[in-house]
Design a binder for this molecule. Structure first.
Ligand SMILES: [Fe+2]
Ligand SMILES: [Fe+2]
Length: 304
């Protein structure tokens, strides 16, 4: 159904040959808080007029921390989702099973990678930064949708993870070195996971009617709406954290300027950059008739 040349054999070889540990990434290093962590395309702090340069850098770092937290957060559901897909053919193709078990194991490793980033951030930043709670509840919501909807959400996330690193971080030498490496190591695995998602989507979609596939896109967009709600909660925590760190209070117009800029940045980062990703758009286009129009409209609505 989907156009690709990915195979479990090839992806398993790449996983085994490019294996890394969390310690390979950190190597005993700490963050350099004199530097920005995220590229401007993700952080969206440059044009906030009510902040000075120091405060923009602090907000960039706060966003770096929440970027790691939200990844650990949204990936919580991927482990049980991948294991459920692996279990559909537990005595069948062993290469498929081994690939998918490594996929699940790598996501557990990513959660450790991201958790450690948040711990080191908390120890080094100088003041506490709030992070949204409720990982398991969100995982339950995602896994309560159809298997195809959960796979489409995963595919979208794994394609945008790559885009963030390759197009916005890899060549940005002005950013903190450890933070860049966290995203680089994550990308090494995600570049394979996005292909495994494609293989799984192909398998799952083959058993569905056209209506069921259309419905999965609707459910994906419902999940996107839930993600948007989480981002809005995190944004308020970020504004509070910035006020504490910068030792100032923001007036209502200042808060709304920060909120407006950050809502755009958060939405681009975690929703629009995935909905508009050409690889993801092609998958939706090959699965459904109406899906491409719906995801384009959703991306446009989130970009205003
Ligand atoms: Fe991951
Ligand atoms: Fe992944």
């Amino acid at each position: 159904m989907l156009t690709h040349d990915y195979t479990y054999t090839n992806l398993l070889d790449r996983s085994v040959n490019n294996a890394w540990t969390v310690e390979d990434c950190y190597q005993g290093r700490d963050f350099d808080f004199t530097k920005s962590f995220l590229p401007e395309r993700i952080a969206g702090v440059r044009d906030i007029a009510c902040l000075n340069d120091d405060e923009r850098r602090k907000l960039n770092q706060i966003r770096g921390n929440s970027y790691c937290h939200i990844f650990g957060f949204v990936e919580e559901y991927i482990v049980p989702m991948v294991l459920a897909n692996a279990g559909r053919d537990i005595y069948g193709d062993e290469t498929r099973l081994w690939s998918l078990l490594r996929f699940a194991e790598e996501e557990l490793k990513h959660q450790e990678l991201m958790r450690r980033a948040c711990e080191q951030f908390e120890n080094g930043f100088g003041s506490h930064c709030g992070l949204i709670a409720g990982r398991e509840a969100v995982a339950d919501v995602v896994l309560g949708k159809s298997p195809l909807a959960a796979l489409l959400l995963t595919s979208m996330i794994e394609w945008f993870t790559q885009l963030h690193y390759v197009e916005h971080v890899r060549d940005s030498e002005e950013l903190d070195g450890l933070f860049r490496d966290i995203l680089r190591f994550h990308w090494i695995d995600e570049s394979r996971h996005a292909r495994l998602d494609t293989l799984l989507i192909d398998e799952v979609a083959a058993d569905l009617t056209p209506d069921e596939r259309e419905r999965a896109v609707d459910q994906l967009l419902e999940l996107g709406g839930a993600v948007d709600g989480l981002l809005a909660q995190q944004l308020e925590l970020d504004i509070e954290a910035l006020a504490v760190s910068a030792e100032r209070s923001f007036s209502d117009p200042e808060k709304s300027e920060i909120r407006h800029a950050q809502q755009r940045a958060y939405r681009w980062t975690f929703l629009v950059s995935g909905l508009e990703h050409p690889k993801f758009a092609r998958i939706v286009g090959e699965l459904t008739e109406a899906g491409p129009g719906k995801i384009t409209a959703a991306a446009q609505a989130l970009s205003t």
